[in-house]
Design a protein around this ligand. Sequence first.
Ligand SMILES: *Cc1c(COP(=O)(O)O)cnc(C)c1O
Ligand code: SF4
Length: 483
Amino acid sequence: MTTETIQIGKREEHAEEIKHLKPAVDPATLSHRDLLGGDFWRKIPAYKDVDGTTFLDHKFQMRNTITRVDKLLSAVQDLVPESFYEDVADGFRRSPMSVRVSPYLLSLIDWDNPYEDPLRKQFIPVGSKLLPDHPKLTLDSLGEQEDAPTPGLTHRYRDKALFLTLDTCPVYCRFCTRSYAVGIDTEDVEKVSLKAKGNRWEQAFQYISERPELEDIVISGGDAYNLRAAQIRLIGETLLNMPNIRRIRFATKGPAVMPQKLLTDHDWVRELTWVAEHGRKLHKEVVVHTHFNHPNEITEITRNAMNTLYERGIIIRNQSVLQRGVNDTVREMRELVRRLSYCNVQPYYVYAHDLVSGVEDLRTTIQTGMDIEKRVRGDVAGFNTPTFVCDAPGGGGKRQIHSFEHYDRSTGISVYTSPAVKGGFFLYFDPVDTLDEENQARWANPQERQPMVDSALEQARANMKDAARASSIDTSDADGPVH
Ligand SMILES: *Cc1c(COP(=O)(O)O)cnc(C)c1O
Ligand code: SF4
């Protein structure tokens, strides 16, 4: 008898003794492992003759991004009816945000049902679905410019800062929080990214080096994908060599919308890897933060791209935005979280949709966020469970979605405080069309708006008084910014 048979024999014996307390899961619940592969792009008329090598080339993806409605028409051709193009043309005209879609994303949209498709909803506006903005909406709702000591550097939290290095992205998302800055120039990405350098970066570097409390820098944009390889290295090396800096993150939506770059832009991956290794030698953390919103964005190509980074020891975390009709169901959010975990991407945050112009159809209520959070937590490992947050309008920073002082579900007003960041109250507003008729009518009347806000604030103050009575901590010197 060989050792192998003995082991098999033992295992069989053992197997009889094991008592399964629960039935094994239905294989259908493991669908997060079924990643789309093959040449799925060939069903798009414009790409029907495109071979795998070409489609995997990031230069092909960049060159063929779609920025105009006529280009969309020439790519998708007769997959959708004429009326749909008219609706898209209307959507393009009325959207404040530039449009830019990669061939990869375009190929992942279900053109048999474009109105319902979760990717179409995020990137291609249709006029017929647009809703009026919330009356309380302002551009730069997060107040990023207010907290910027030098242009493009937001220093809001004590030990970390957000460095907007450039203003372009590989694609443009309808729902971009930074529509105040991003996507102005849609024609020549390289030129703009060069323009982004120079004196503005010098000023940011100088400020960061002069602030001993800063340990953590988010390198964003726009999108770090559009930084050239040499710029990745320049920024990474400069920051890591500052004694105060302990952690940097490159923030990019790229892996979600153009994973090809990680497979074929060898210079870029090499320089990113160099920065990560340089950081490791200095005992400093270098990670990538990305932005997947829907399980359909994750394919075999994505997994290969994520493996490329993982093999190089680079940790990838994900930040999603909760969006109506995209990922606002338990089923879709669980699938997203499982699929990301499966590809070694750690789900980090799910944001309540910021108050951004032109995308009211994509926002959900705070209640929806809480309901989904409750049903996602516990499904996978804790470190792969995203924290659901609301980035408090007005510069309060990210707050756990359920940590409001008061939430009036009928007017849709939630009131947050942010004791470690900034004094005062921060208000978030549910989309008006989700409220009942009476409250919709109140928002329609300008005279009614302030009383609704005042009443929510009053209730928040009363709740806080009750909470303080019950609390044992001394907050006398712990409230207000810790700068
Ligand atoms: C989100 C954000 C950060 C990073 O915050 P984390 O909670 O650590 O991810 C830093 N600065 C600004 C202005 C931000 O918006
Ligand atoms: S990739 Fe990020 S910064 Fe660029 S448009 Fe999308 S959300 Fe905005």
